[in-house]
Design a protein around this ligand. Structure first.
Ligand SMILES: C[S@@+](CC[C@H](N)C(=O)[O-])C[C@H]1O[C@@H](n2cnc3c(N)ncnc32)[C@H](O)[C@@H]1O
Length: 255
């Protein structure tokens, strides 16, 4: 049985989106609906709204939806490249030029890394997240600053990073990992809606240790793991660690 069967559908509420909605439903092998009735078994929906591809759960059906947000973070400078001064930049390292984000998810860390001017490759294995990222990166391409600076959005590889990392032609200076760890408590009031929905849709990344081992093998200089502050370091004692808000960036340097 397909992994989205009974879980996800595409919702099309505008005639002008009919064709691309049908194509999306075909690509993901899920049903296409014009509305969501009570009897509908799926809990998640992809839908084009306000010019963006959005992920909705039943709670978000009326209110809106979740998108790959391409706007700079609060407090981030709008210049390009943005200054490399926060805990993430420190963890990536001063000499790092090339980064692979092997767990791109909603692309929020990736887009921050991209805006700081690193040469970035993104990997995502969830076909739903890859569709949302693709839409986000297309919107980024249309941004004035990207056009003016003649930049290209990051390249996205779809598939399992455990396999894809081993096929890279050049070793990246840094591989960045932010896999899904089990939550401390079942439902945390602090958890962002986008992360709650991601967890409900995909579950924890049970193979994160294997991903770490492959990343350490193929990275040129370092692996950075973002962890919740309560979680044990993924690869044992890190070489360095940088503290963020409720999280840590553990750095594993290669000899
Ligand atoms: C916690 S989210 C990442 C959030 C991301 N850092 C952000 O800023 O939005 C984890 C994501 O990594 C992806 N992922 C986990 N293991 C992976 C693997 N082995 N290969 C590719 N993607 C993976 C999951 O599908 C999920 O979308």
């Amino acid at each position: 049985m397909d992994k989205y069967s009974g879980k996800l559908a595409v919702l099309c509420q505008s005639l002008s989106d009919k064709e691309r909605s049908q194509e999306l439903a075909d690509r993901l092998d899920v049903p296409l609906y014009g509305f969501v009735g009570k009897e509908c078994p799926e809990s998640f929906f992809l839908s084009w709204r306000d010019g963006c591809l959005k992920l909705l759960d039943k709670e978000l059906l009326k209110k809106g939806g979740l998108v790959v947000d391409i706007e700079p973070r609060n407090g981030e400078q709008r210049s390009w490249p943005a200054p490399k001064q926060d805990a993430l930049a420190q963890a990536l390292g001063r000499k790092t030029k090339t980064v692979v984000d092997a767990t791109t998810g909603w692309g929020q860390d990736s887009l921050h890394i991209f805006r700081m001017g690193y040469d970035l490759l993104c990997i995502e294995r969830s076909p739903v997240m890859a569709e949302l990222l693709c839409d986000g990166f297309n919107r980024l391409l249309a941004e004035d600053w990207i056009q003016t600076l003649k930049l290209q959005p990051p390249q996205l590889l779809r598939g399992n990073a455990i396999e894809l990392l081993q096929t890279l032609n050049t070793l990246p200076d840094c591989i960045y990992l932010d896999p899904m760890f089990p939550p401390k408590r079942k439902k945390s009031a602090l958890a962002k809606k986008s992360m709650v929905v991601l967890r409900d849709l995909l579950g924890d990344d049970q193979d994160r240790e294997q991903l770490f081992e492959v990343a350490l093998k193929v990275s040129g200089k370092r692996v950075v793991v973002k962890s919740p502050d309560y979680a044990e370091p993924l690869g044992g004692k890190p070489s360095e660690s940088y503290q963020g808000k409720l999280l840590r960036y553990d750095v594993y340097l290669k000899n």
